[in-house]
Design a protein around this ligand. Structure first.
Ligand SMILES: [Zn+2]
Ligand SMILES: [Zn+2]
Length: 441
């Protein structure tokens, strides 16, 4: 920050930048009173303004003070980075929010890697900043001028999208947020990583099981080759990420994939979506367990508390039995509780069966406009799924509304159903957990 300059002539400037660095508001005010133009000065090496320093250090009050003096929120440093980019790099969410409110441009590209603030938030795994930037992109003129989808999938100088960077760095929550916002799971890089890498190649390279899982459940292609002809499986093997390689092995069971998000998930009720998400994670975990069985790799990654919790509850199902009884038993699998209700017909089934009904092994780009799934009981189109209410009379077995119609309608279910029924046998405690969740306001 200019400390290297020994010339006495610059000392007010040095003092000013030191005060900014340590958010000494009084000293900053003093400098500004003496010389208001000092706000336009920059540090010697990076040409960072006080604005940049305040943003990267998360000094919100100071940042607001500078913004109050009508400084251009998109000042550039030596690398053409804006204060917003620096705040996104350092995960200073309050500064990110403040800068966006002040009209900072989220569409600026720096000159180091040709990246936007979205790339930086994704690369450094700052998911709250990422979410804030995406929300801003939806509500500002970016959506009109550029198109939201284009912004989410913008490439940096080496052809990497924010999803590529998040997958490479192993930031699962960023991967999930980006996918939820329309990031293309099949995008290929130009030069980043190995040329022609997909996000799955990069997750394999980084060795993140969480990211591999997330991408696979979004339909990432295990057979996609990069420009040197390697599939993600070989990338994981080469980097000695054995557990990832096991999941990526094209010979292992296909993962379950979310239904076409555009067509279907947007119409999902939030509670129902949470239940289905649980069921999907559950089914894929059980699949993983089978794949990894007999290998040297453990199923539960240490950073995944949920997975560990599941292990603990393995022999403890009885504890939850009474809660599960509050729901009717699913008439398709006769194994899980009915937690999802089809509207308008009101038929109920468990989350695992619903998922089997709506899931396709991998979205086929040529048939992306699939017709809506139909209710397995009455064959009417499913307009909407909601979380089923538990019975108010838990002790008494209710005669299922589905029961009489059930036997004739099973043949309509996809074959994936059978797999899910087996895989999801540990679902009861998950459903109990979910019902707890639903009770919250
Ligand atoms: Zn079921
Ligand atoms: Zn129905």
């Amino acid at each position: 920050m200019g400390q290297g300059q020994s010339c006495i002539r610059y000392s007010p400037e040095v003092n000013f930048f030191r005060a900014v660095q340590f958010a000494d508001l009084e000293a900053v005010e003093f400098s500004l009173t003496n010389d208001p133009a000092i706000l336009n000065r920059t540090t010697f090496y990076d040409r960072c303004s006080a604005f940049h320093i305040a943003a990267s250090n998360g000094h919100l009050e100071l940042l607001s003070m500078i913004l109050g003096r009508s400084v251009n929120p998109d000042l550039l440093n030596r690398h053409k980075q804006t204060p917003l980019m620096l705040a996104a790099i350092h995960g200073k969410i309050e500064c990110v929010q403040k800068l966006i409110e002040a009209g900072a441009n989220i569409l600026k590209f720096d000159s180091v890697n040709g990246r936007t603030c979205l790339h930086y938030a994704a690369y450094y795994g700052n998911s709250d900043c990422l979410q804030t930037i995406l929300s801003a992109a939806q509500s500002t003129t970016v959506a009109d001028s550029w198109g939201f989808a284009r912004f989410v999938n913008v490439s940096d100088g080496s052809g990497a999208t924010p999803l590529h960077l998040a997958a490479r760095q192993g930031h699962r929550s960023c991967v999930r947020i980006l996918l939820n916002n329309g990031a293309l799971v099949c995008a290929l890089t130009a030069r980043y990583g190995c040329p022609g890498s997909s996000p799955l190649h990069l997750a394999a390279r980084g060795g993140s099981m969480d990211c591999v899982r997330e991408l696979l459940s979004w339909g990432a292609d295990r057979l996609q080759k990069d420009s040197s002809g390697r599939i993600p499986y070989f990338v994981a093997l080469k980097r000695k990420h054995g557990a990832c390689a096991a999941l990526l092995n094209p010979g292992s069971a296909e993962p379950l994939v979310w239904p076409s998000p555009l067509k279907f998930i947007s119409e999902l009720n939030a509670d129902a979506k949470a239940l289905l998400e649980e069921a999907l994670v559950d089914a894929n975990r059980a699949r993983e367990k089978n794949i990894l069985k007999g290998t040297a790799y453990s199923f539960a990654s240490p950073v995944h508390p949920e997975a560990e919790r599941n292990e603990d509850y393995d022999d403890d199902d009885d504890e939850y039995a009474s809660e599960v009884n509050e729901y009717e038993l699913c008439c398709i699998c006769f194994d899980q509780a009915c937690t999802i209700e089809v509207q308008e017909c009101g038929h109920q089934m468990c989350a695992h069966c619903t998922l089997a009904l709506c899931c396709h092994n991998r979205p086929n780009p040529t048939t992306s406009c699939q017709s809506a799934p139909v209710c397995p009981f009455c064959r009417s189109n499913i307009a909407r799924l909601v979380a089923a209410k538990s019975s108010s009379n838990p002790g008494k077995a209710r005669r299922s509304r589905n029961f009489t119609e059930a036997s004739s309608s099973f043949k309509g279910l996809p074959t994936a159903m059978a797999t899910i029924g087996k895989l999801g046998s540990r679902g009861s405690e998950r459903i109990a957990n979910s019902s707890d969740m639903l009770d919250k306001p």
